[in-house]
Design a protein around this ligand. Structure first.
Ligand code: PLP
Ligand code: SF4
Length: 371
């Protein structure tokens, strides 16, 4: 390998350049024609509260007026309209944080927020009060304390790296972190929650895959993807590299008004993901984050949308509708009602194919026969 090639492989090079090409100011958005010239000034006050980064990877689509992309990344004045129900920390991350940077809500899993930087700033982000501000990032001492906590709690089997976007960190920053996790024997799984495959696909490098393999753990990746138009050829290739590299990829989708709140939008997204060997894992009902009211769909409509998928898509291509209970008492699955008990042993089921109701009487459960 020539020295020049080695150099290029070791530095973030291409992906750092792509990252820097994102649009970050209202003036840039106006110059690109993405907001009306008269709107840019008003958006300065939005930017002061919620940072902007329209990713270069999706800029062509945004420029072409694709609303499913523009609504996700281009700021709107409505973001400063706060509803009384909306919260700064909608899912109670802080309440369940025993040490800085770590949230431990479930006995077997813990979240480690390794950075609050992202490669794009989503206008509906549930951690929008934290993201983008480097002052919120865990310092080396806090990180050491979080790792000590993980070492001391043997019930934790899975560490979920999140933030912010963990993959916005360089390999040089990730490498010692992965090395530390690799040495904790009770951790079997490292899950990475990231937006990178669609907003900065160049970041999925062979070196990154080698870092994952180097942990000796099962590394799972949960990719945040909300619309089929995010699946550019580069994004598809990045997802392919991950799956080919032995990383199971799940998709997390946020249900967003004007982005994916239609049967057609959801079907085309989940079909596309299945064709890319990505499993649609969760459809998130939007958290009550401040200034996100213009994205929220009513819960009955959300339920109707997921109900409409059953019987029309392969079972593995239908994500669960999940909701974080405000305040932080946990994530739940909200299910359409397919089954209703109508009497002892008697159930009424609704067909996902044509809505027919079928009443079934099941015989009583029998004891195990003696050998
Ligand atoms: C969402 C979340 C998890 C992961 O939950 P899964 O159901 O395993 O996807 C883990 N810990 C915390 C604190 C969470 O908020
Ligand atoms: S990538 Fe995730 S953490 Fe970052 S702004 Fe978007 S939703 Fe928030």
């Amino acid at each position: 390998m020539s020295e020049e090639v080695a150099e290029r492989r070791e530095t973030p090079g291409n992906w750092a350049r792509a990252l820097a090409k994102g649009l970050v100011t209202p003036a840039q958005l106006a110059r690109e024609g993405l907001v009306a010239p008269g709107e840019a000034e008003g958006l300065e006050s939005v930017k002061e509260v919620f940072d902007i980064r329209v990713p270069q990877a999706l800029l062509d689509g945004v420029r072409a007026g694709d609303a499913t992309l523009a609504r996700q990344f281009v700021p709107r004045p409505e973001e400063l309209v706060f509803l009384p129900e909306e919260l700064e920390d909608p899912i109670g991350d802080e309440r369940f944080s025993p040490v800085e940077g770590l949230t431990h809500r479930y006995p077997d899993r813990a979240l480690l927020k390794v950075t609050y930087q992202c490669a794009s700033y989503c206008r509906f982000c549930f951690r929008r009060y934290k993201v983008s501000d480097a002052d919120n990032n865990v310092g080396p001492e806090d990180l050491e304390r979080a790792l000590a906590y993980l070492r001391a709690h043997e019930g934790i089997r899975e560490v979920i790296l999140t933030g912010g976007d963990p993959l916005s960190l360089t390999d040089a920053k990730l490498s010692p972190l992965f090395a530390s996790l690799a040495q904790i024997p009770h951790i079997d799984v490292v899950r990475i929650h990231t937006r990178i495959p669609t907003v900065l696909p160049e970041r999925v490098t062979p070196e990154l895959l080698a870092l994952f393999r180097g942990t000796g753990k099962a590394v799972w990746l949960a990719a945040h993807i909300n619309s089929a138009s995010e699946l550019t050829s580069e994004a598809r290739a990045a997802l392919g590299r991950l799956v080919d590299g032995g990383v199971p990829v799940l998709a997390q989708t946020v249900l967003l008004k004007g982005v994916n709140d239609s049967h057609e939008a959801l079907v085309s997204l989940f079909r596309a993901l299945a064709s890319l060997r990505v499993v649609p894992y969760a459809l998130h009902y939007p958290d009550l984050a401040k200034g996100t009211g213009h994205f929220r769909v009513s819960l009955p409509r959300a339920l109707d949308l997921v109900k409409g998928l059953r019987g029309r898509l392969a079972g593995y291509a239908i994500p669960r509708l999940v909701l974080d209970i405000p305040g932080g008492t946990g994530k739940i699955v909200v299910e359409p009602e397919w089954a209703e008990q109508t009497g002892p042993g008697t159930w009424q089921f609704t067909s996902p194919v044509n809505g027919t109701k079928t009443v079934v009487k099941y015989p009583e459960e029998q004891p195990l026969p003696h050998a």
